[in-house]
Design a protein around this ligand. Structure first.
Ligand SMILES: *Cc1c(COP(=O)(O)O)cnc(C)c1O
Length: 394
C-alpha cells in the first residue's frame, strides 16, 4: 500500500470550523486529487500488460467521478439498464460497456441491444434464450460473455461472495454443454468472452491466483471444444485497506498476479471491472455531532448522518475509520451512532475519539465506493449533498 502523506492533515484544514457553518451536514466530500493519483496508478499498472479496464458504475455514479474515469479511457461495467443509460449519457462508448446482472428485464436488455454494447455478461441458459429472442425482434446480434461461476471462495464477507456454487451468480460448470448447445442454436448471439466476478473487498491475493488457475482449467474445457473466446473478463473485487484511509491499493501487484498466472490463448484480450479499489479512498462522509449521551459502558456520539447515508456498517458489518476533525481533546470511547430508528444504525462501537462535543465535525473515511449510491430515503431523510475538493468554495 502506498501512503499518501498529509492527506488527513489536509482534510482537517479544508474543514476549518468557519467552513462548517457554511455547509449543511451530512455531506459527501470527494478528494479529486487523491482520485486522480489513484486512477493514474491503476491505469498505468493495467496498461503495462495491455489489459482493459471497465469501471463498475455501481460503486459511485456521480458525474464528476464518471468524468474522471472517462479521462483515463476506462470503459464501464453496468448492472442495470439505468446504469447502461447513465454510462452512455456520460460519454462512455457503447463498445466499452459491459452489462452484468442475474435479473436483467426485457426492457433493460433492449437498452443494451439498441446501443450495441460490448457485452451482455449472461448468467443463465434462459437469459441466453431471452436475449436471442429480443435481439431477433430488433434485428440485432448480441455480444455475449458467459458469466461463469468458477466455484472459487473469495474469502470475504458472505454477503459479498459471489463465485461459489451456492451463490445465485453465474453459470456453473455442469451447465456448460447446455450453454454451448444454446449458443449454437441461436441466430442472434455471438460469443465474445468469458466473464468471472467472484466477490468484493478481496485482500488475499492468493484468491486471485486461485481464480487464474480455475480460469485456465475452464479455458481448456472450451479449447477442447474448439472455442477460443476473444476476451477473458476477470471482473473486479480488489479490496482496499479500510483501516488506513490514506493508503491506496497496490495495483501493480494485483495485475502482476494475473500476468503471472493466467494462461491465455493467442490474441486473447484481458478485461477487468474494478469499482471499490478505484473510488473508495477518495470519499469521506462528513457529519456533525448532534448529541453526546451517557451510556452504560461507553457514551454515545449521536451524528446527523446515519445508515440512510452510509449503510455498509449496518448491511455488512463493515468497518470505516471515524475521525473527529474538530477536537484535539484527550481520547475517550464512544459508540458512534446515527439518528435512524434502528439499532443497526451504528457506525462503530467503543471507538476511540478525542473528547467529543455537540457541534464537532466527524469524518467517516473510505466512503467513496458503495456509500452515496446506496443512500436511502428511509425516515423520509433528505439526500446528502456531494462536494468536490477542486470546486468547493470556502
Ligand atoms: C460489483 C461488480 C464489480 C465491481 O466490484 P468491486 O468489488 O467494487 O471491484 C465488477 N463486476 C461485477 C459484475 C460486479 O457486479
Amino acid at each position: 500500500m502506498n501512503s499518501v502523506s498529509n492527506y488527513s492533515s489536509k482534510m482537517k484544514t479544508s474543514f476549518a470550523p468557519s467552513m462548517l457553518k457554511s455547509l449543511s451536514t451530512p455531506f459527501y466530500f470527494y478528494d479529486m486529487e487523491l482520485l486522480e493519483q489513484n486512477l493514474s496508478a491503476a491505469s498505468t499498472a493495467c496498461s503495462k500488460y495491455g489489459y482493459h479496464m471497465h469501471y463498475a458504475l455501481k460503486a459511485n455514479s456521480n458525474d464528476r467521478i464518471l468524468e474522471s474515469m472517462l479521462r483515463h479511457g476506462f470503459g464501464a461495467d453496468c448492472v442495470s439498464g439505468n446504469e447502461v443509460t447513465r454510462a452512455y449519457d456520460a460519454g462512455f462508448s457503447p463498445s466499452g460497456i459491459a452489462f452484468a446482472g442475474v435479473g436483467k428485464s426485457d426492457e433493460e436488455i433492449r437498452i443494451g441491444l439498441e446501443l450495441d454494447i460490448f457485452t451482455f455478461n449472461v448468467e443463465s441458459v434462459q437469459e441466453l434464450q431471452v436475449i436471442d429472442l429480443l435481439a431477433g425482434e430488433m434485428g440485432k446480434i448480441a455480444n455475449i460473455a458467459l458469466r461463469i461461476n468458477p466455484n472459487v471462495d473469495a474469502k470475504t464477507h458472505h454477503y459479498i461472495t459471489t463465485g461459489i456454487e451456492e451463490n445465485k451468480f453465474g453459470i456453473n460448470q455442469w451447465e456448460f454443454e447446455k450453454v454451448i448447445d444454446t449458443l449454437n442454436s441461436s441466430e442472434n448471439l455471438q460469443l465474445k468472452g468469458l466473464h468471472f466476478h467472484i466477490g468484493s473487498q478481496i485482500n488475499d491475493m492468493d484468491v486471485f491466483k486461485g481464480l487464474c488457475l480455475r480460469v485456465n482449467e475452464i479455458q481448456v474445457w472450451f479449447l477442447e471444444r474448439r472455442i477460443i473466446p476473444e476476451h477473458i473478463n476477470l471482473g473486479g473485487g480488489l479490496g482496499i485497506d479500510y483501516g488506513e484511509p490514506d493508503s491506496l491499493p497496490d495495483f501493480d501487484l494485483f495485475f502482476k498476479i494475473f500476468h503471472d498466472n493466467l494462461r491465455l490463448n493467442a490474441k486473447q484480450e484481458v478485461h477487468f471491472e474494478l469499482g471499490r479499489a478505484l473510488v473508495a479512498q477518495c470519499g469521506s462522509l462528513i457529519s456533525k455531532v448532534l448529541y453526546v449521551k451517557e451510556g452504560v459502558k461507553t457514551n454515545f456520539a449521536i451524528l446527523d448522518a446515519g445508515m440512510t447515508e452510509l449503510i455498509r456498517p449496518a448491511l455488512y458489518q463493515a468497518y470505516h475509520k471515524i475521525e473527529n476533525l474538530s477536537s484535539s481533546g484527550s481520547p475517550m470511547r464512544y459508540d458512534v451512532v446515527g439518528p435512524i430508528c434502528e439499532s443497526s444504525d451504528c457506525f462503530g462501537k467503543a471507538i476511540e475519539l478525542p473528547e467529543t462535543q455537540r457541534g464537532d465535525m466527524i469524518a467517516i473515511r473510505s466512503t467513496g465506493a458503495y456509500g452515496e449510491v446506496m443512500s436511502l430515503g428511509y425516515n423520509l431523510r433528505s439526500k446528502a449533498n456531494a462536494y468536490y475538493s477542486d470546486t468547493i468554495k470556502i
